[in-house]
Design a protein around this ligand. Sequence first.
Ligand SMILES: [Zn+2]
Length: 110
Amino acid sequence: MTEEQKSALRERILDRQVEVSMRIADLEEATKPIAPDKGLGRLTRLEAMQDKSVNEAALARLREEQTQLHNALANLLRPDFGTCLGCGGEIAFERLEVLPGSTLCAECAG
Ligand SMILES: [Zn+2]
C-alpha cells in the first residue's frame, strides 16, 4: 500500500468517525428510557418500545464500528498495515476503503 493510499484511508476513517459519532449521539437520545407517564396510548407505547430495541441494536453496531475505526487509525501507523491476519497476504485497498477496520482479506473473511 502506498503512502498516498494510506492518507486517503486516514481521511476516510476520520470522516466516518465523525459520522458514526453523530449517529451514536442521535441514537443515544432515541434510546433513552421511555417515561411510563408519557401519555401515549398502549399501542403507541408498544411501538415506541419496538423502535427502542431496533435503535439499541443499531447503537451497538455503531459502537463496535467506532472501536474498529479507532483501531484502524492506530493500525494505519504500523508497517504491516493492510496485511491479512489470516493468510499474511495483502488486503485489497478497495476492501479497506469500504471496511477500514478489516484485518482479514476478502477470502479469509469470506
Ligand atoms: Zn487472507
